[in-house]
Ligand binder design. Sequence first.
Ligand code: GTP
Length: 385
Amino acid sequence: MDIEQENKRLQSTVKLLLRRIEQNHSIQQHFHAYEFKLLGCQCLRDLLNLLLIEAQRHFSLSAVSLVIIDSDYSVRELMEQLDLNDYGSALQMRNGVDFLNTLYPQTPEVSLGEMDVLTAGRIFPGAGRVVSTACMPLLRQDKLIGSLHFASDSNERFQPDMATDFLSRLASIVSVCLENCIGREHLSRQGKVDMLTQVNNRRSFEGELERELERAQRNQEPLSCMFVDVDHFKQINDQYGHQAGDLVLKHLAFEVSLQLRKTDFLARYGGEEFVVLAPRCPQAAAAGLAERIRAAVEAMVIDVCGAQKVRPTVSIGLATWCPEQEGRCDLQLVGHGLLAAADEVMYEAKRGGRNQVIDQLFELKEPLLQENSASEDNVSAKASR
Ligand SMILES: Nc1nc2c(ncn2[C@@H]2O[C@H](COP(=O)(O)OP(=O)(O)OP(=O)(O)O)[C@@H](O)[C@H]2O)c(=O)[nH]1
C-alpha cells in the first residue's frame, strides 16, 4: 500500500471515530438532560411520571416498566393514599426479589438483548412490539430495591455487546431518586396523618380549613364543617380496655371515610373526636351527609377481645358558612366561629340524648372587613407568600 492510500484509509477511520464521538456526546447529553429531571423530582408522582411516561418519549422506546420491591406493603399503601394508581401494568409491586433473581441470574447488572416471550409478557404486559430490551437492576446498599426496563421495537437498539455505562449510571440515579422520593413521601405523610386511624391529623386539618375558607370566599360557595364525637367512649375503654378502644376508633374512622366524597376532608381532631370539612356543601346537603355518617356508625358491629361486640354511636354537630355576596370577611374569625358553632351544636346533640345530628347556619356578626384593613391584609398575605 502506498502512502497516499494509507493516508486515505486513516482519514476515513478518523472521520468514523469523530462521528462516533459526536454520537456518543449527543447520547450523553440526552441522558444528562433526563438525569437532571430525575434529580429535580420533588414527589413520587413526578418521579413515576418521568420514569413511566416521559422516558418512553424521551428515549423513543416502545415500552417502559418498573418493578418495586415492597415486602411490607408500605409503598402500596403510600400509593393508595397518594391516589397513584394510574400506571397500570407498567408499574409492578413485588413482595420479594425472587422474580428479579430470575431476571438477573448471576450478578444484578444491566443486561441488554432479546427477551423470551414469556419474560417479556411478564415484564411488559400488554405492551406493543418488544424486540430488544434493557433491564436495569435498582440497587441501594447492594440490595435490590427494584428494576427498570426499557423495550424497543428494533433489534439493533439494545444488543448484548453494547456498552452499558450510560444505563448503569441511569439505574444508580433512579435508585437514589426512588428511595428518596418514597422516604420523603412517608415523612410528609407522617406529619399530616394520624398514626392510629390513618386519617388526617389536626395540623393538616388546620391548613385545609384555611385553604377551603379562602376558596369558599373566592368562589362564593358554602362550606360545611362537622364534629363527629363518639358517644360514651370512656365506657368502651373502661369495659374492654384501651386497645379495644383504639380498634373502635380505627374502624370508625374508616367507616366515616367511606361516606365522604373525594373533595371532603376527614381528620382526627383529638381523642375520640373527628372533624369533617365539606366544601361546596350547603346546609341541607351537609345535614344529609351527617345523617348518613351517623346511621353508618350506628350500624357498625366491631368485634373486640374475641367474642365481645361493640356498637358505637356518634353525636354530630354541623355548621355551614355561606360567604357574603360582596366584600371580604376576616377568614380567621370565620374559621374560629365555624368550629365553635359546630362544637356548640355537637354538645347540644350530646345533651339531647346523643346518637343524633344537629345543624346550624353560621354567620359572622361583623361580616365585612373595612376597605383599608382589607388592603392591608392583602399586602401581608402577599408578603408572606
Ligand atoms: N383507646 C383510646 N382512648 C382514647 C384515645 N384518646 C382519648 N381517649 C379516651 O376517650 C375518652 C373520652 O372520654 P370523655 O371525654 O369523657 O367522653 P365520652 O366518654 O365519649 O362521653 P361523651 O362524649 O359525653 O359521650 C377518655 O377516656 C380518653 O382517655 C385514644 O387514642 N385511644
